[in-house]
Write a protein that binds this ligand. Sequence first.
Ligand code: EPZ
Length: 429
Amino acid sequence: MDRIRIVGGNELNGSIPISGAKNAALPLMIASLLTDGTLSLDNVPHLADVEQLTRILGNHGVDYSVNGRREAQGSAYARTMNFTARNIVDTTAPYELVSKMRASFWVIGPLVARMGQARVSLPGGCAIGTRPVDLFIDGLRALGAEIDIDVGYVDARAPKGLIGNRYVFPKVSVGATHVLMMAATLAKGETVLENAAREPEVVNLAECLNAMGAKVSGAGTPTIVIDGVAALSGATHPVIPDRIETGTYAMAVAMTGGDVILEGARADLLEAALEAIEQAGTEVIRLDNGIRVRRKGGVIRPVDITTAPFPGFPTDLQAQFMGLMTRAQGRSHITETIFENRFMHVQELARLGARITLAGQTAIVDGVERLRGAPVMATDLRASVSLVIGGLAAEGETIVNRIYHLDRGFERLEEKLSGCGAIVERLSE
Ligand code: EPZ
């Protein structure tokens, strides 16, 4: 299995192109199930999760091509991918496929809306705590679907179609917002979703649905209103830049020092995280087509953060910020409120010499003067990249094992970092 070798101590200087967002691309790809037309998505990142979802959609009968042809090996950044679900050949999403990636459960919404039935395995995904699907089930029931849970599968049926309704999410959920919004586009009448997720990926999906002929308004606010239509058509739509990748590299620069332009990044997608980085002593300059991050000298200051749904500090940047705080001058508190088990990186950061104590949902981080390289391994995507951030500032060699997690969400990480002067290489076996 591939590993990443890092020799820490170098500043980062130069520029890093920001890829399309994984968490925007996945629901957009799933939206292709809603129409028999072709959905062309621009700026799709080359990531293991995108490939996996392509296989899952293929199982339902979705045909795909890249830039107008079938994909060759080693394709470039910023692909245009075309998805066509002319005929849905299978409305079952089997365990073998869904267990590899939680987001694939989301096919349940478009399938039941367009085909009147779906049988989808309960999901798997990252080891970041139990992630139930009660909100999806309650919400689809509110739209008139009959749902049974049968030996590990969710069976949803609406033979006469879904019916618009008002649904109040008892808890903010990105995935359940995506699914109900997609399902409601083909329901009869009006659907009102209250306490909806406001994440930029929800807005990106709503804009795509509207380009396909849906009538969605209010995405980006807690209340989304969807007027159902009889059918959707194909469209062309861009994937937004990845705010988590942006924040990750900004934190890497804050950690090592240096001066880097994050090309194509959009500051409005991650203001809470950028403010935390500024408070930690790094300059953040918002440019027209990117963000410049600079720390020349000075110290890393301790900053307390608490994760929250958008526009709060994203849980997907919590591990990376903890990586940064391990070298702050003083004590910081990092509180995780979205997932109950998202501190798997703590023990591994400790292997690099970090001093972190856990107190319930809060990690107390006492900054240390130096980290030392070590072999480490992580159990989820964002945890893995926090170890890369640690390794960039550690003395000597850090080997990050099990990097298939990184390949799920970071496109060409080693190339992007080594292009800015870091010593980072992939060791293939
Ligand atoms: C999305 O996951 C992201 N995944 C996650 O990113 C991200 O951490 C998360 O949103 C929060 O921002 C994708 O977009 C593919 P949720 P999602 O439903 O939709 C609870 C990454 O590293 N909940 O908003 O699965 C749930 O347990 C990944 O890229 C219920 O209780 O997250 C959690 O505590 C990891 N019942 C909270 O809601 C439900 O039916 C928020 O989860 C659904 C969710």
